[in-house]
Design a protein around this ligand. Structure first.
Ligand SMILES: Nc1nc2c(c(=O)[nH]1)N[C@@H](CN(C=O)c1ccc(C(=O)N[C@@H](CCC(=O)O)C(=O)O)cc1)CN2
Ligand code: MG
Length: 284
């Protein structure tokens, strides 16, 4: 059997087109959705991601405002900028690119973003809304995982779902979203016993570990949907996920690739959240 290759490019393009239609509707009502993107330092990967976000904004019809601060920025100066953006009524979304340099406490910065403008859905208030199933922003990468599953024709209800990884920003919220779709969800982590046995029972397997070769074909049930959230470099510097793609394709029903999978969805879902933010702040 050869697995379906889940096409993150096509699905993320579709979501951006939907966001563009929403942006046009807002424009007709005199509202220009606006995202402020804050980058501290010169991390090359972060610079690429921030650029991708700005390009996506342009494509969708969202105004992006860019703030690039030096590597040695003091925490208080970043907090002051966030506060200024919180107060600015023309800005609907505030995004601070992570990771931040070591002198800055990420938690403090996340707490400083106005929850109404928190398009990353990192603020504890928005995390709480998510966990209690209330309306609000959806975290971009986890929401992207669900869109990849559903828009490639797979249902979640009643399925055995296994998430490998328990990070605050990816593993835990992905598990929560799968649960809200009535999946039966197990979260695995570094202390899990019999990882292979648990994974082998999954109809839907999501790997968000950040380690090459985490998922090999002997861990995958015949016909399973496998979503790869990992971003790693192999020994030749090539970008790879957590999943041994070619190997796993021999047993799985569908697999998302890296690159060309979840990463693209993160940016598309951010666009959707920016539209939501602009609507909510205008009473729509
Ligand atoms: N404030 C935030 N910081 C970070 C987030 C986030 O969602 N909000 N997530 C990651 C980085 N990230 C977005 O910011 C991100 C990572 C990867 C991709 C992506 O498009 N990946 C491509 C491959 C790109 C490449 O070739 O290098 C893919 O998987 O196809 C987009 C966004 C940490 N920080
Ligand atoms: Mg830090």
């Amino acid at each position: 059997m050869k697995a379906q290759r889940i096409d993150g490019k096509a699905i993320s393009d579709q979501i951006k087109e939907e966001a563009a239609l929403e942006a046009q509707k807002l424009q007709r009502q005199g509202i220009t959705p606006c995202l402020a993107v804050v980058l501290v330092g010169n991390d090359p990967a972060s610079m690429v991601y921030v650029n991708n976000k700005k390009k996506a904004c342009e494509k969708v019809g969202i105004l992006s405002r860019s703030y690039e601060l030096p590597e040695d920025t003091e925490e208080k100066d970043l907090l002051a900028l966030v506060e200024q953006l919180n107060m600015d009524n023309s800005v609907h979304g505030v995004l601070v690119q992570l990771p931040l340099p070591p002198q800055i406490d990420e938690e403090k910065v996340i707490l400083a973003v106005d929850p109404k403008k928190d398009v990353d859905c990192f603020h504890p208030l928005n995390v709480g809304l998510l966990h209690t199933g209330q309306k609000g922003f959806l975290p971009c990468t986890p929401a992207g995982v669900l869109e990849l599953i559903e828009r490639s024709g797979h249902t979640i209800e009643g399925k055995r779902c296994v998430v490998i990884g328990r990070s605050h920003n990816v593993g835990k919220p992905t598990a929560m979203l799968l649960l809200q779709k009535n999946g039966t969800v197990t979260i695995c982590h570094s202390k899990t016993k019999d990882l292979k046995g648990i994974c082998k029972e999954a109809d839907i397997l999501v790997s968000a570990v950040g380690k090459l070769h985490t998922v090999t074909k002997d861990m995958v049930k015949e016909g399973a949907v496998v979503i790869d959230v990992g971003m790693n470099r192999n020994e030749n510097g090539k970008l790879c996920g957590d999943v041994d793609f070619d190997d796993v394709c021999e047993v799985a029903g569908a697999v998302s690739p890296v690159p060309g999978g979840v990463g693209l969805m993160t940016v598309a879902m951010l666009m959707k959240n920016c539209i939501t933010a602009a609507k909510l702040q205008n009473g729509l």
